[in-house]
Design a protein around this ligand. Structure first.
Ligand SMILES: [Cu+2]
Length: 239
């Protein structure tokens, strides 16, 4: 390929894709979250008590484990980024109430980023948020057909959301001051992209059966080289 053609192609790519994004530069941390031991997975429970849920049953999502791999673990850079300030995305993170379940069950967003809460159900929910900083706690009714509820947070950390109308409904929102976080998928896999070289504390969070104030937390000290692709796996025990 001629130098001219390469230059032209590069120019076209920049025009189309708008230059390099965070994901194209920096290191990638990726790995798998495995459950060490039997799963205390919940069985389905009937939700026919409220026809507005639109389904017969739901399965509480405290533990979603398939072939020993754990979904819904939050993995994030806990420490090591110094005083770098990362701007929050303008697009909101979206949390839906659908079928009397939260979608997603675990999510992350950045401090200052809007959390847009929807109600896709033909029923009433309440949104009760609990935070380590009680000043952020709230409890709001979300009636059928209400417009989206927008929330922003003033502190980082894991926030718990619960619905008192449907006792099985709970979910978690991790609020971070940097964009380096991920939630493990249904195969237990997670990836964090665009990390600058450095020494970091990488942390895993998973809810436990004894409530959001007593979660499963695992930390790793990692040294990350420029543009590296580094594997960091976690093995956690259920409780
Ligand atoms: Cu509800």
């Amino acid at each position: 390929m001629s130098k001219y053609l390469v230059t032209m192609l590069a120019a076209v790519c920049v025009a189309v894709f708008g230059g390099c994004s965070k994901h194209e530069d920096g290191a990638t941390i990726a790995g798998t979250v495995t459950l060490n031991g039997p799963c205390p997975c919940d069985s389905a429970c009937s939700v026919r008590v409220d026809p507005g849920c639109g389904n017969d049953s739901v399965t509480p999502e405290h533990w979603i484990v398939k072939d020993g791999k754990v979904a819904n673990a939050l993995i994030y850079i806990k420490d090591g980024l110094g005083n770098t300030v990362y701007p929050a995305p303008e697009e909101p993170a979206v949390l839906d109430q659908r079928g009397c379940e939260y979608d997603p069950h675990v999510m992350g967003l950045m401090l200052g980023q809007k959390l847009e809460i929807l109600n896709s159900d033909r029923t009433l929910h309440n949104v009760r948020l609990s935070s380590a900083d009680a000043a952020e706690d709230f409890n709001k009714l979300f009636t059928q057909g209400m417009p989206p509820m927008d929330e922003t947070f003033t502190t980082t950390g894991i926030k718990a959301i619960h619905c008192d109308v449907h006792q099985w409904m709970n979910c978690y929102v991790g609020v971070f001051s940097n964009p380096f976080f991920a939630v493990s998928d249904s195969t237990g896999h997670y990836e964090i992209h665009g990390l600058p070289p450095g020494i970091y504390t990488l942390e895993l969070w998973h809810e436990s059966s004894s409530g959001w104030k007593n979660p499963i937390v695992e930390s790793r000290e990692i040294s990350v080289a420029a543009d590296a692709h580094q594997a960091v796996d976690f093995s956690i025990g259920a409780r």
